[in-house]
Design a protein around this ligand. Structure first.
Ligand code: SAH
Length: 348
């Protein structure tokens, strides 16, 4: 296995069968996992030193027209409490985020039909003029190419659109009334053309996902060369069809993060909230697998519980914007610290 890991480090890729073998072995043999993580951490340190970028996450709306099987915000979930922030509320979050030191603000939300291009454009223009030195990241799902272009012109810089599952059948089983993986990828291509820094990614351990599917995900990531990659474990939400399924596996998640870091040395890879929600040490373990970004929650406190894509989602303490000193202390325990800069994607 050592040979395979060394080949991955050298070529930044592996053929599908080798990648499958490596993934299986990493979940069964802790030495293989550790070897991958060691290489990944070394790679991340060469690129970013011991600094971890922070992004302030503002959850715009819990209304969603989609019906993704895994997500607590799916439209068929009648028990979900819905809210939608006003522009004034979002700008209040931005003000607080800027004061706390965030230089990247992320607008994430369900696919809320009331978020017209005009509405978002007005909001983004205001953010851009009030905070010229801040990077604006969007994560608002599938929109038209025209829409992506308009929002880019209004001042957005980056867009997170996880591909969720590269395999067509798996994608369709998780998104029964979605527009398919081809459309999802077409959206990511449109974002690239519009000159966004683009983020892909997937959950680990969602129902029906096999190692072979993950190998396909890694091949897609290799082909698309995204600037950002979000990877976290699947976590069940009881009011969804996957409510009784087990959560994704920690070690498999860490192995995938490490492999993506080795494949894409300069990528921005968050140690995700899902990983921190899975286990208290999750955030640190993600960083010790090559992740270099943390995204604390900056949403107004009264709506945080309502943005429940899964249950027990961490949004307080070190996952909260107000908890930055606790986060800094936690990072210090493993020799890392917060990097307060904007943290754009760079090829050295
Ligand atoms: N509506 C936007 C943002 C979705 S929320 C979009 O479509 O891109 C951000 C991410 O949370 C999703 O891309 C998904 O990968 C993840 N997510 C959703 N439900 C989850 C669950 N139950 N467990 C773990 N991650 C989940």
């Amino acid at each position: 296995m050592k040979k395979l890991v060394e080949r991955l480090v050298r070529d930044k890729r592996l053929d599908a069968s080798d990648m499958g073998e490596l993934l299986k072995s990493a979940t069964q043999d802790s030495n293989v996992l550790q070897l991958l993580r060691d290489y990944a951490v070394r790679t991340a340190r060469q690129q970013f030193g011991l600094g971890i970028y922070i992004r302030g996450l503002i959850e715009l709306s819990s209304f969603c027209r989609c019906n993704c099987l895994y997500c607590g915000l799916r439209r068929s979930n009648r028990t979900a409490e819905r809210y939608r922030l006003t522009q004034e509320e979002v700008l209040e979050c931005c003000k607080e985020g800027y004061r706390l030191g965030f230089r990247t603000l992320v607008l994430q939300g369900g696919e809320d039909g009331t978020h017209s291009d005009e509405w978002l454009e007005t909001l983004i223009c205001q953010m851009r003029s009030q905070y010229p030195d801040v990077a604006i990241t969007l994560s608002l799902g599938e929109r038209s190419e025209t829409s992506y272009i308009r929002l880019k012109r209004a001042g957005a810089n980056r867009y997170l659109l996880r591909h969720e599952a590269a395999n067509k059948e798996l994608y369709e089983s998780l998104h029964p009334d979605g527009r398919g993986i081809e459309h999802r990828i077409a959206c990511a291509e449109a974002l690239k053309r519009a000159d966004y820094q683009v983020g892909l990614g997937m959950m680990i351990g969602v129902k029906g996902q096999t190692i072979e599917h993950l190998v396909e995900d890694l091949a897609l990531i290799e082909r698309m060369q995204p600037q950002m990659v979000g990877i976290g474990p699947f976590l069940p939400h009881k009011a969804t069809p996957l409510g009784n399924e087990p959560a994704g596996d920690l070690n498999l998640t860490l192995a995938i993060i490490a492999i993506v870091r080795i494949m894409l040395p300069t990528a921005l890879i968050p140690s995700t909230t899902a990983l921190a929600s899975l286990t208290p040490r999750g955030r640190l373990e993600g960083i010790l697998s090559g992740a270099n970004v943390v995204m604390p929650n900056l949403s107004p406190s009264d709506v945080r519980a309502k943005y429940a894509i899964y249950e027990n989602k961490a949004s307080w303490g070190k996952e909260a914007a107000e908890g930055l000193s606790a986060l800094e202390n936690e990072l210090n325990t493993i020799g890392y610290h917060i990097d307060w800069s904007r943290g754009d994607y760079h090829i050295e």
